[in-house]
Design a protein around this ligand. Structure first.
Ligand SMILES: Nc1ncnc2c1ncn2[C@@H]1O[C@H](COP(=O)(O)OP(=O)(O)OP(=O)(O)O)[C@@H](O)[C@H]1O
Ligand SMILES: [Mg+2]
Length: 269
């Protein structure tokens, strides 16, 4: 059995859960199914509002599903998972705490903030190139640096599963490319499985072993695309025919590109 199995997950927000004033139930996810192996990175790509964040929250056990099943590491998810890290679009660091104390925050919650945790926090900060900023305050860091701190915080308790919700969406293009390479490296070193939500077709392909393309809300899986680009990947990978081919398939699945023949699109044969 795969490490993660998402089967026919459906989510209807109703009555008590509704954030909007209307009393109409909202079908956020219609039918989502896919699997992933330990250590794989799966990118979730789909139009705004199609239910990607909802799905991540269901996988983490933070909200209930209406039907279907989610199994992580051999266990059905029925309550908040103990063993995952979450990275959001904004770093959401605590401004009054130093960088290292932000990274250590989950260990405080877990009542495990010991010497070994501090050593690991320093190691992670080294891995993301922030050793010299351990005692800085978040406001002294750039957006990209803050997001690196958030990544360390998500990894401090060595989770087997990392959930990332458009983590680099607010960054400038150059920083985003750097963060992509950093994530590939970290993932290689930690062996964590990653579910990575993004709006960017090229980011999805560059990072992942598999891209799940969702339809408009209520979301269904429109296409599952295996990404067989070799590792280690580098920015040059983006300019290979295999990359362009994957971009074309994803663009067609998203509906931003009308299906066409190889000849029409001028793709290399
Ligand atoms: N508590 C709630 N009550 C009612 N509707 C909700 C609730 N939470 C989410 N929704 C709706 O469910 C749909 C899916 O939301 P979700 O945040 O999962 O989308 P998303 O794919 O992450 O979008 P984006 O790419 O813009 O972040 C949206 O239409 C949203 O308004
Ligand atoms: Mg979202």
């Amino acid at each position: 059995m795969a490490f993660g199995t998402i089967r026919n997950v459906r989510k209807v927000f109703s009555a008590g859960e509704l954030i909007s004033r209307s009393r109409e139930p909202v079908v956020a996810l219609d039918d989502a199914s896919f699997d992933f192996e330990q250590g794989q990175l799966v990118a979730l790509l789909g139009p705004s509002g199609c239910g990607k964040t909802t799905l991540l929250r269901i996988v983490a056990g933070l909200i209930s599903k209406t039907s279907g099943s989610v199994n992580i590491g051999g266990r059905e998810v029925t309550e908040p998972l103990g063993d995952y890290g979450f990275v959001f679009q904004s770093p959401s660091l605590m401004p009054w705490r130093s960088v290292i104390d932000n990274v250590l925050f989950p260990m405080e919650i877990l009542k495990n903030n010991n010497k070994a945790a501090r050593a690991r926090a320093n190691e992670l900060l080294g891995l993301v190139g922030l050793s010299n900023f351990a005692h800085a305050r978040p406001h002294q860091l750039s957006g990209g640096m803050q997001q690196r701190v958030a990544l360390c915080r998500a990894l401090i308790h060595q989770p087997k599963l990392l959930l990332m919700d458009e983590p680099f969406g607010a960054l400038d293009e150059l920083t985003r490319l750097e963060m992509n390479d950093l994530l590939l490296r970290i993932r290689h070193e930690t062996g964590a499985s990653v579910l990575f939500v993004t709006h960017s077709i090229s980011e999805a392909i560059y990072l992942s072993d598999k891209v799940i393309v969702f339809s408009r809300r209520p979301a269904r899986v429109a296409k599952e695309i295996q990404i067989d680009l070799p590792y280690p990947r580098s920015q040059r990978t983006r300019f290979t025919p295999a990359f362009t081919q994957a971009e074309r398939i994803a663009s067609e699945a998203l509906g931003v590109l009308a299906p066409g023949s190889e000849a029409e699109t001028g793709a290399a044969s």
